[in-house]
Ligand binder design. Structure first.
Ligand SMILES: Nc1ncnc2c1ncn2[C@@H]1O[C@H](COP(=O)(O)OP(=O)(O)OP(=O)(O)O)[C@@H](O)[C@H]1O
Ligand SMILES: [Mg+2]
Length: 431
């Protein structure tokens, strides 16, 4: 499925209010990957992606766009924080690990698809093994066993939670080498050492997951998977670099920190520009990977970035500050809106919350005012307000009462903040 730019924006609209410039830029960049893929090879080689940099105040939806995008695209996608990288030679993760992480995502993606294709073939084998394991486990505790009955119960899904003993492949844990790439000791010797097996106790449903993936692994041609994963990483991969402003020092800054940040930028440059990174699945060319960077740029500016890197992000979009009207919409419109979250979470304890329209007005108004008068933290302000607004109800709800309808209207909101409003007024006097 390849979404059109319009469809991508529509999907993003379900979760993010406003910020249409950023949404459009991202949507176009994504669609351009698809458009490019339809071209003849020679032409394709000429077209490199137009990387994007998003700039905007804190809490206006930059990271949220990345998060939603990740769920939307069917391409290998990772979101990384620029701050976790350090210059080569220092303790921390080197920038090339972002490519290795991306391939890892692609490998998982391709493997999942292939497993899905052969699921029907593998399922009867796994069912057989599970039924045997159920019988064996029962026999071991001297429970009389009738395999026909077990099979029938199993097929009717009645035994999903039964604990069984099952022999599974014992995968060594990935090891983290400090200062270097993550190395999975097991995978270095992939196929060279005999696999170790281990008996473990778990539910039937969990055992099914493990056995399915083991059986699929036996059939799937690993080399094919890796080759396809690398192709997808190179051609379709997207890396979202969040908090990029944190690796940009102040203009002309010359303290140690600024120098080290510049070092990270210099390390990132070849990756964004196009180079080859060795991964355990093979070499990956980074020339056609799409990079989307974002940052608040409070202290630094995009112009403070080293010029070569700036040049690799030709598209710049500014995110807007959120208004009172935006806040009101954010409260109620997104599929995962804050009010909806509180409504569902409190319903568990028999509280049926209802927000009236004028309550939303009042909360949005408070958020806008607070952002103006104290620190501007964007939509995060809504979370802090909602938390203290519902603190009392959250604390007292216990579930041991019948469903209680609680109406949150303007008066409720005003009353809830009466005391803090007073404090607020007082502060104004003192200042
Ligand atoms: N435009 C928006 N529409 C809906 N929700 C939003 C919007 N902007 C922010 N939010 C909500 O506010 C919270 C913070 O947003 P987000 O993490 O995207 O901020 P950010 O722009 O990345 O800020 P920072 O620069 O501090 O990283 C999230 O819970 C997000 O859902
Ligand atoms: Mg963010």
């Amino acid at each position: 499925m390849n979404l059109t730019p319009r469809q991508i924006v529509e999907e993003l609209d379900k979760y993010i209010i406003g910020q249409s410039k950023a949404k459009r830029a991202v949507a176009i960049a994504l669609r351009n990957r698809y458009r490019r893929s339809q071209l003849p090879k020679e032409l394709r080689e000429e077209i490199t992606p137009k990387n994007i940099i998003m700039k905007g105040p804190t809490g206006v939806g930059k990271t949220e766009i990345a998060r939603r995008l990740a769920k939307l695209v069917k391409a290998p996608f990772i979101k990384i924080e620029a701050t976790k990288y350090t210059e080569v030679g220092y303790v921390g993760r080197d920038v090339e690990s972002m490519i290795r992480d991306l391939v890892e995502v692609a490998v998982r993606m391709v493997k999942d698809e292939k497993s899905h294709e052969i699921e029907a073939k593998v399922k009867p084998i796994v069912d057989g093994k599970l039924i045997d394991a159920i019988c064996d486990t029962r026999r071991a505790t001297d429970i009389p066993v009738d395999k026909t009955i077990v099979t029938e119960e199993y097929q009717n899904g009645k035994l999903e939670n039964e604990q069984i003993d099952i022999v599974v492949v014992d995968n060594p844990k990935p090891m983290l080498a400090i200062g270097g790439p993550e190395i999975n000791i097991g995978s270095i010797f992939d196929g060279m050492l005999p696999q170790k097996h281990k008996k473990r106790r778990m539910s039937v449903s969990r055992a099914r997951e493990i056995l399915m993936s083991e059986e699929c692994d036996k059939i799937i041609d690993k080399d094919n998977v890796y080759a396809e994963a690398i192709r997808r990483t190179e051609e379709e991969g997207i890396i979202f670099i969040d908090e990029i402003d944190k690796i940009i020092g102040k203009a002309g800054g010359s303290n140690n920190q600024d120098v080290s940040r510049e070092g990270v930028q210099r390390d990132i440059l070849p990756i964004v520009e196009g180079s080859t990174v060795a991964t355990k699945y093979g070499n990956v060319k980074t020339d056609f990977i799409l990079f989307i960077a974002s940052g608040a740029f409070h202290v630094s500016n995009i112009e403070d970035m080293i010029p070569e890197l700036q040049g690799r992000f030709p598209i710049r979009v500014d995110l807007d500050n959120l208004t009172k009207e935006d806040f009101k919409r954010i409260l109620s419109e997104p599929k995962n809106s804050v009010t909806l979250q509180y409504e569902s979470i409190l319903k568990v304890d028999n509280i049926d919350l209802k927000f009236t329209d004028d309550a939303l007005d009042e909360i949005a108004d408070m958020a806008a005012t607070e952002n103006e008068t104290s620190e501007n933290i964007g939509a995060r302000r809504l979370h802090t307000i909602m938390e203290s607004l519902l603190e009392d109800i959250s604390f007292n709800a216990s579930g041991d009462h019948p469903m209680l309808e609680v109406n949150i209207d303007r008066t409720y909101v005003q009353n809830a903040f009466k005391d803090s409003k007073k404090k607020f007024d007082l502060k104004k006097y003192i200042l």
